[in-house]
Design a protein around this ligand. Sequence first.
Ligand code: GZL
Length: 378
Amino acid sequence: MRKALSILLTAAMATSMLAACGSSTPTATQAPAETKAAETQATTAAEAVAEVTEAAKDAAADGETITVGFAQVGHESDWRTASTNSVQSALSKENGIDLQFVDCDNDSAAQLEAVRNFIQQGVDYIVIDPIVSTGWDTVLTEADDAGIPVIVIDRTIDDSDKYVSWVGSEFTNEGLAAGAWLKAYVADKGISEVNALVISGTTGSSAQIGRSDGFDKYVEAEKWNKIDEQTGDFTQEGGQKVMESYLKSYNGQFNVVVCQNDNEAFGAIDAMKAAGVSYGVDGDVIVISFDACTAGLQKVLAGEINADFQCNPLQGPDCLNIIKKLEAGETVDQKTFMAEPWYVAEDKLTDITYTNNSGKEVTEPLVVVDQAVVDAAY
Ligand code: GZL
């Protein structure tokens, strides 16, 4: 089954690479084509990729499909929905893939069980978005022993390297960027004190760990007062519950709330609105969020969220490319970082400069949200 398809894919990949002369159709991890020539090449490459899809369709028609088991975190947020849609659209029957999808409902034990079931089924590949970053080496060893390559997307696995590739975000940089923006923003507004509350993501997820670590570097360096940090588990309900508790304990004592995803921000905003606390561009409380999903950017446009640090969920095409390369016997990159912009409600600041998690000083643009930005969001 896999051999026939890999011959087809190799031929089509060769066509695509000749036509594209090194530039391929932009994916979520690459800058969009910037020149006419590149667009032409991209078009040529797109034609070649279409041939792959056609070839894969034929192969699929002949029953030559690749089975992939995907253990997804759950369905907790708009971001997660976009992530699931991206993978399901790319790893599709049209592309020669038989996708076995399991929504693990934010339950780590269920996720390990789903991976073990994929191993027992003898799938060709396993894709995992790990709920938490530890507890993985035993089951990845079992997959390795069964000769099943594992691809990790989005969040990281930090206690095992038994997987062929990871595609995701630099979460610590997201937290650092939020800190760098807040430092510049309060300076520009003449705000002398930062009294911050944090509603963090699922405890032990690499997204929560990275965003907290990055932001905390600024709390320490700028001597900000971080009053409290509690998990909202990346859900709107969680964000609302934590903010309601914060309002009981700290009302009038804070001027910043950092929500580690948009859905928590929606819940926190509902709680502040109900309590008569003003927030956003014209309010008493600065609201920082992560993900930059469509609904989040709509709130940035409305001035309810001051800044939203994108986390890009569109790893589906990268997953398909990794599988195609492996089927063609090619090597794949161990790590691929997603491109992700930083969004703001006001045009006072145009960029931020900070030392990123690799120790490099970077200056990155701030994108002011308008309707076109919202319309183009994932
Ligand atoms: C981050 C991702 C997080 C999002 C949340 O890469 O895993 O999980 O920030 C999602 O919205 O629930």
